[in-house]
Design a protein around this ligand. Sequence first.
Ligand code: ADP
Ligand code: ZN
Length: 729
Amino acid sequence: MPDIIADIAVNVPLKQLFTYRVPAALKDEVVVGCRVSVSFGRRSTIGVVVGVKKGQAEDLKDIKKVLDTQPLLTEGLLKLLRWAADYYCHPVGQVLRSALPADLGSEKSKTRIITEPCYCVTDANVVLRGTLQREIFSFLSQHEFAGLAVIREKFPSPYAILKRLVAMKAIAVEEREVIRDPFLNIKITDDKCLTLNDAQIKAVDSINTSITEKTFQGFLLHGVTGSGKTEVYLKTVQQCLEEGMQALILVPEISLTPQLVARFRSRFEKHGKQIAVLHSGLSAGARYDAWREILRQKIDIVIGARSAIFAPLENVGLIVVDEEHESSYKQGEGFRYNGRDLALVRAQQQNCPIILGSATPSFSSYYRSELGILKRLSLDQRAHAGELPDVEIIDLKEHPNDGEISNPLIEAIQQSLEKQEQVLLLLNRRGFSPFLLCTDCGESFHCPNCEITLTYHQSAGHLRCHYCDYTEPVPTSCNKCQGLNIAPEGAGTERLEQELGELFPSARIARMDRDTTGRKGAHQKIMDAMLSREIDILVGTQMIAKGHDFPGVSLVGVLGADSILNFPDFRSAERSFSLFTQVAGRAGRTGGGKVYIQSYNSDHYALICAAQHAYRDFYQQELPFRQELNYPPCGHLVNLIFSGNNNHQVRSAAQQFSSALQSIANGVEILGPSPCPLSRLRGKSRYQILLKSTERPLLRHCLNRLEDIGLKIPRQVQLHVDVDPLDML
Ligand code: ADP
Ligand code: ZN
């Protein structure tokens, strides 16, 4: 009688599956999608069952233990993940691993259950004293059990009174399990009932037809900022739920898109629909809870960032990728997948439509809509009242200025402040200044681990590396010439904030960047202050360009445009156009907005097209560059990144690979090896080889043959394969 054997995706950095024997005692438990414990080499590790079959079990090791009573990954998801492992040339065991909640990574880890003191009213007739006592008691009466965290949100220090109330036997306290607020304090707002305009109706009808027919179709929803894309998502998701299916919504980052989450909650929770929000702020336990609820198919709508594409929904009827152009859909390390691209694959595998929405679609999505692969739906007008803002480019050659802000912009800010309107200023560089310079000898200060200057953070009082977080105290003299004249060069958001303070002493100024939003809830606080008009001028990095709807903002200024335009990457024009258009879209959401972009490159097509809100013009001017050099989307790229402590070793490994590739390449250009633009990062030397081809299969073939040759790299050198790279620093 043949034995039962199982194919296991073991969590090791190897591409193949491994076969194990299923002991008779575990016959019923070894099910596809469950985790098992197996021995691998001399150690024990975790794997996921991807197939069970009959076969010869001689020489095979036994599966030691089954860790789950139910599969954690659905069949559909397994199919997607195995496809992804193959496409992104990443070990299948690690791919499966990264789709599971972090807590399931090792055998021993147990999901932590969070408890906290919870209070409930026991005697409603007790005589109370003092306003605060009455307020807290009345708050508790409105809840069955109120956890301390919830109470503290309303009453910052309630302990003494709670203690007193317990002593009075008015309330009781007990330690109870709580699920941390899965919605990040994102509250339900009023749900406006809107009558769709013609463009919206057309889009919704088209998508709804695909939902009803359960057919795969990719839609590119190209709608200017404020054109009512979200309303299209809501209406189509509604259709999807009415058909008895589930919806999956991807957003670049939950904390930056709270308004979208709020609108989904407001629209659907009142109809008893269950929404799960997956975001990085969730504790491991809460994340695991959400995952299990999804796995039990109790959830109708999943909203989450990149990794939510792996949510184990079984019956997906619609996928939405909001702000599809965002680079945060691409995972930058480890398993370097692109959530947007995998969303397309998932939709195709599950036979459902997918909406890619953006005001500034990625170049490749627009290209595909031109080819007819994606069906383009356009919303060209803002949905209510406001026209798109008027954008003016300030030529810095004609307006030399002492500080960071040119005179026309200073005047415009002054006028906005007088009219009590809000101002948004973008400067995509945090810190006080990007480097300190010795004005005697020209020396600047570099990170000892990375090939990059240290950013001066004045308020924190140190120099910091923005790549590895290395910090050192602010130097008083130059390392090279011992000179004492050290000056900050260039400006970051911190310096801009200071300059604004001097120019507009009575204005209320705030800053939004990674330094001011590190703490939990800090980002929301700034947003709330903006909405309640407690801020006159908000300075920030690209964070301020994302998804917010600030009705009070009438003026937007863009500073430091040149460093974005001149970024050494073939996508710099696309990124600039996108960022400038997005941030400009924050102005005058209720009409009459004005935008100023300062630049020395005032005739750059990315700037001019952004100023005219002319996506198509931009596309047509950019296309020839991509075509000429076979850059995506006209060609395809794979980047091989070699890194290690020993520069010589890394370079020679990269050279060997490059020669081997040259000899097998057919229809594939092999560029390099060359040092990465960040040639040293976190103490490691880095080289890259870029593979480029107009035909994806040829690229694939080249990589496969390289594997066949079985070229070995020294153990001290790491090789990362980045398929469809976005960031090539
Ligand atoms: P986008 O996501 O395209 O930036 P939103 O969906 O946030 O745009 O819509 C912008 C604003 O327009 C919102 O305040 C929304 O309530 C409003 N809106 C959307 N559709 C309509 C409509 N058909 N009629 C009136 N107002 C609308
Ligand atoms: Zn560093």
